[in-house]
Design a protein around this ligand. Structure first.
Ligand code: ADP
Length: 140
């Protein structure tokens, strides 16, 4: 399988509860390498631009406010099949449906406050990485 890069966000519910290290440990144990990382505080407008594909969904306003409520940690994860592997480590959107040992099973509070974001396709990963990082910040 090819080496890929994917965009991860540790969301405000997790940074608030000091869970960044525990979540990164799960990525690393799964063979994903953190090749770029920064802690930022999004504005609601920036969160809205990032989640533009969800703008017609009922939870969009709530999602933007949540993502701007506290700092987030945005990271690029690299590894074999990194996009699908990260989705496996994350678990299902709704923590009640997430498999044992996943980030969302262990840490998420609800379907909205679900601790992590991960790109869902190669196209999304390319767009999402470019949204947060310049080429100079990706050091491999
Ligand atoms: P995923 O993050 O698992 O790819 P989606 O792309 O469907 O899930 O949704 C993006 C994000 O929007 C979710 O991670 C979650 O934070 C939020 N969200 C999704 N569905 C709901 C919902 N029914 N109520 C509140 N927030 C939601």
């Amino acid at each position: 399988m090819a080496i890929e890069r994917t965009l991860s966000i540790i969301k405000p519910d997790a940074t608030r509860r000091n869970l960044t290290g525990k979540i990164v440990a799960k990525f690393e144990e799964a063979g994903l390498r953190v090749v770029a990382s920064k802690r930022i505080h999004l504005t609601a407008a920036q969160a809205g631009a990032f989640y533009a594909e969800h703008s017609e969904r009922g939870f969009y306003g709530e999602l933007c406010d949540f993502m701007a409520s506290e700092p987030v940690v945005v990271q690029v994860l690299e590894g074999e099949g990194a996009i699908a592997k990260n989705r496996e480590v994350m678990g299902a959107t709704d923590p009640a449906q997430a498999a044992d040992g996943t980030v969302r099973k262990d840490f998420a509070l609800s379907k909205g406050e679900n601790s992590v974001h991960g790109s869902d396709s190669a196209e999304s990963a390319a767009r999402e990485i470019a949204f947060y990082f310049s080429g100079l910040e990706l050091v491999g």
